[in-house]
Design a protein around this ligand. Sequence first.
Ligand code: SF4
Length: 419
Amino acid sequence: MSQMPVGGLVEHVTCLGCGCSCDDIAVAVRDGRIAEARGACALGVSWFGDGRVPAIARARESTVTLDAALDAAATILDQARRVLVFLALDVSCETQRAAVEVADTLHAVIDGVSSSTVAAAVLAAQRRGRVSATLGEIRNRADCVVFWGTDPAARYPRYSSRYAPEPAGLFVPDGRRSRRLVSVDVGDARGPADADTRIRVRADQELDAIAALRVMLAGRSLGSVPGDGGLAELVRTLTASHYVVIVYDAEPGGLPPEPARAESLTALGQQLNAVTRACVTPLRAGGNRVGAESVLTWQTGYPMTVDFSRGHPRFRPDDGARALVAAGAVDAVLVVGRALGIPFALDGLRSVAIGPAASEAPCEVAVDTGVAGIHEGGTAFRMDDVPLPLRAPVPGPPVAADVVRSLAQRIGTRRTRRS
Ligand code: SF4
């Protein structure tokens, strides 16, 4: 059990309830429980909860010691023909790094949430590059904010007040009054209600609309322009601005976004930089999923779906976790992170889970750990790839990074003895 405060106010806590990763939360602790998460939105308050999480180690149906659970986990993974290591949510980058070590030792495939949510955008970034900026740069500079088919209020509740368009910035001293707010409504996906300009585009004409904007930016004329006629006005607004940010939701939940949206918007942003300064930024959900991409890239060179079966990392973007499990290509899975809600079923697989509430998942061996940012410190990445330190306001179960490192050590020892 970690040494944590059992009472008082813990300031500068980082919330991982969504990709905004607000790091200004003050957590009031009473009797080792979270009594209040000051400054957090409703989604954040729900993410923090009262800090209570299960804290057991389980092998099959029995509660066992941590050592016994890790021995059982090492046996399952060591004996498997082909293992998938899956980086789920709510663990730190330190834990993710330890999981990469396990995958490397086992010659396994390692993947994370991204392959089933933002794979198209990740591949587009590799092909075309990115037109990125930090959220701090956007807050300080953007005088034109375009929400493309999204209103951040529902899934990223503090985005508008912390980054844009509400706050004052160095070059936009009057905050909202210094900025032009544009909503491009794509099909039923509406932007903010208080937008200064609203443009409607049919969902099946989204890519045509982006292409039309690019044609008009290039100074050419079009026979027919998709949408309600506002695209020409939008071009005038964009080119008259000093700094444009185009914001879209890369992980909207429900129906996946148009797969070519990210690449098309990036192309638009690149072209816009010929006449003004512009960036295109995705909204990303929480749980340190962006950290998983960063750790995998740092450790292996690739952001998702990395195969160690030949003893070195290989990028296999067409064989994401969901596809591998559906094809029966793996016989054992190690989930590192919150195992409930992973994007594939564990039926017919040998399975180990290490992470928050692992014991509630239908896994053969489970070790409950703390939640990164609630019970554990470490590092997590914000949606704009900025790393942030995590604080642990309340005590909790064993630290996930320690548990995964201990598992890696056990597997390594077995393999060394055999070699
Ligand atoms: S906006 Fe996101 S990160 Fe910020 S408090 Fe709300 S849920 Fe947490």
